[in-house]
Unconditional design. Structure first.
Length: 319
């Protein structure tokens, strides 16, 4: 599907918003205002935004903690992230859970599960439900290079392939699983090569190219809707920070980070829109001004929200 100029601007807006939410969360963390850790998706925004933008309204998505862009595309606002990370009363879990551990079926968002790989069988189940009910719904979730080596991930992918479920698994190969480099946890070059063994479709894309990610996800979604079964999309990218803000990632070679910085997904998309004359300097400034205004207002809103009352602690997180 060819994206319109308005849709391209929309994607640019979400990429920027994702980046600014990320930066703002880091800033709040450094001010000691965050309860728990901040798990940055810096440099991986094209994957969250490109995949989520390719979904239809009725589809379901299971983001992981770095997929803030996915949440924004599904209708969450920056304030939801700020409130949640600062454990405030008005946040999605009312201060009873941390980081992106929230979901909303009305938005088609299934909350992350911390145990790596577990979302694969859960989203395969969502795909199975769609198949049984004959709904043209696609289920999509994310795994990291580390998560891809877990038992539930293998079980979920095999299950989805055998039953030809409408599942899209987006593997964010960012080179690292905490301090473990990818070559120390898999003996093959491409994570997507595993797809053949399950009997499912696969694609390898440049994870820093939002349009490539979008296209691959559309294609996988179309295959799933046609009853063609699941797809594993490997997005090659780089984790540009430590595992979380507390980790300075001194074990990651600086040279690799410098090389990847040159491939920044947002700068790259900006350059593309500019050279193809798809976004004027004025249009770009207007989008950036809108993002800045929303960030400013939402940080203010979140900071003025109170902490939950002590008796709230005994209420379940989801009640
Ligand atoms: C089953 C399981 N083992 C270990 C952990 C601890 N853990 C949390 S994140 C992480 C690394 C994840 O790496 P990857 O899947 O590549 O995702 P990335 O952090 O690069 O986004 C580990 C080991 C966990 N949450 N679940
Ligand atoms: Mg990783």
């Amino acid at each position: 599907m060819k994206l319109s100029r308005a849709q391209l601007h929309d994607i640019y807006y979400f990429l920027r918003l994702n980046r600014r939410v990320d930066e703002q969360l880091t800033s709040l963390y450094r001010q000691g205002k965050v309860v728990g850790g901040v798990y940055s998706g810096l440099g991986q925004e094209a994957i969250s935004v490109g995949t989520a933008y390719a979904l239809e309204r009725e589809d379901v998505v299971g983001p992981m903690i770095r997929n803030v862009g996915t949440l924004l595309v599904r209708g969450y606002r920056p304030r939801d992230l700020f409130l949640q990370y600062m454990a405030r009363r008005d946040g999605p879990t009312g201060g009873r859970d941390a980081n992106t551990h929230f979901g909303d079926l009305a938005r088609g968002v299934i909350a992350p599960i911390s145990m790596l790989g577990e979302l694969v069988p859960v989203l395969a189940g969502a795909g199975l439900a769609a198949k049984i009910r004959k709904e043209k719904r696609v289920a999509l979730t994310y795994i990291g290079d580390g998560a891809s080596s877990t038992t539930p991930c293998h079980e979920g992918m095999n299950f989805a392939a055998v039953l030809k479920l409408p599942l899209v698994v987006v593997a964010e190969n960012n080179g690292w699983a905490y301090s473990t480099p990818v070559e120390k946890q898999m003996a093959i070059e491409n994570l997507a090569d595993r797809a053949q063994a399950y009997g499912m479709a696969s694609a390898i894309v440049d994870g820093n190219d939002v349009l490539a990610v979008y296209e691959a996800t559309r294609k996988a979604g179309e295959l799933a809707r046609r009853g063609g079964g699941p797809t594993l999309i490997e997005c090659k990218t780089m984790r540009m920070k430590g595992h979380a803000e507390h980790d300075d990632a001194r074990y990651v070679p600086r040279k690799a980070l410098e090389a990847w910085k040159k491939k920044d997904p947002i700068e790259r998309f900006e350059k593309y829109l500019k050279t193809k004359k798809l976004m004027t300097a004025d249009e770009k400034s207007a989008i950036e001004a809108r993002v800045e205004k929303e960030i400013r207002e939402d940080v203010e809103f979140a900071e003025s929200s109170p902490l939950p009352a002590p008796e709230e602690a005994v209420r379940p997180a989801w009640a």
